[in-house]
Design a protein around this ligand. Structure first.
Ligand SMILES: [Fe+2]
Length: 298
């Protein structure tokens, strides 16, 4: 495969009451509704990605699909061939997609039975302009996993991710482009969604987002602070369904020629560089643990 660029398109999340959350995700969080069906609503940010978050009406809370972008159809076909050869469970052959924005892609299961989709040729928005207080793109998703080594091996061997850093033996940060991490894993007693982070175009936009949320009745649940690994500012919220969302900005850009992964200690001064946030509350830890993900059932 000549073109190896990959990126996180976004997350599709299932929860009860999905359709009632549109006001929160638009007026408060700063996304824009771009499409809806009978049981799902799709949101974009200010960047070109057609949608970065979808909420699906489901009786449980968890992942419906994780979307990764690749450069072109040949890249989709090449990954389909290589994943098939590795024995990865493939749900469908590459095909024209019927989700908003269309495109060409296929789905497969990770070792924890989450559904991933790799796609190319999804429509891109032309009206792209950073806003002073709204998310530009998905930054990263963090997944709780019962077998971190198995997930790290899968993401690196099968999808070509690279380890950027570790947080002791509790977290692994993985990149698929210059962003320090697009996926991070947390060693846990269940497979579930920990959180999704949205990239603000600047530190000022990050603070303005925090201000809009505060004015709207959502003070920060954890933050503001700045993480050690990735050097990114964070402000975490438990959203309407309990799904944890984060504003971030200024995520470290990796220089492949010089970067050396390191193990970060989980000390206050290394995990909260500004020393403004303190540790997460019990309520935030519970929200980040999520509900055990049902995984793909067929
Ligand atoms: Fe995060």
């Amino acid at each position: 495969m000549s073109e190896k660029r990959m990126w996180l398109r976004g997350l599709e999340y299932g929860c009860p009451g999905a359709m009632t959350q549109v006001e929160f995700y638009t007026a408060l969080w700063g996304l824009t509704e771009v499409a809806r069906s009978n049981d799902a609503v799709f949101f974009r940010a200010t960047g070109p990605e057609f949608y970065i978050l979808a909420l699906h009406e489901r009786p449980w809370r968890g992942i419906v699909r994780i979307n990764l972008g690749v450069a072109d159809r040949a890249g989709v076909d090449a990954l389909h061939a290589s994943l098939s050869a590795k024995g990865v469970p493939i749900l469908d052959a590459p095909r024209e997609l019927t989700t908003p924005g269309g495109g060409y892609g296929f789905e497969f299961l990770d070792p924890d039975r989450r559904v991933f989709r790799l796609s190319a040729d999804v429509a891109r928005h032309a009206d792209v302009a950073d806003a002073p207080d709204r998310p530009r793109k998905p930054s990263h998703i963090v997944l709780n996993t019962v077998d971190m080594e198995r997930m790290v091996a899968f993401l690196t061997d099968a999808l070509g991710f690279k380890v950027s850093d570790w947080s002791e033996d509790v977290m692994t940060f993985l990149r698929c482009n210059a962003d320090h991490h697009s996926i991070a894993l947390v060693r846990a007693d269940r497979n579930s969604v920990n959180h999704m982070a949205f990239e603000m175009p600047s530190i000022d936009a990050y603070m303005r987002g925090i201000g809009r949320m505060r004015t709207g009745g959502y003070p920060v649940n954890w933050g503001p602070g700045r993480h050690g690994p990735g050097n990114n500012p964070f402000a975490y919220y438990a959203g309407p369904s309990g799904f944890v969302i984060e504003y971030t900005a200024e995520v470290q850009q990796i220089d492949e020629a010089t970067h050396q992964p390191q193990v970060w200690p989980r000390t206050p001064e290394k995990s909260d560089l500004w020393m403004t946030a303190g540790p997460p509350s019990r309520q935030m830890r519970t929200a980040m643990a999520g509900d055990p993900d049902p995984g793909w059932k067929g």
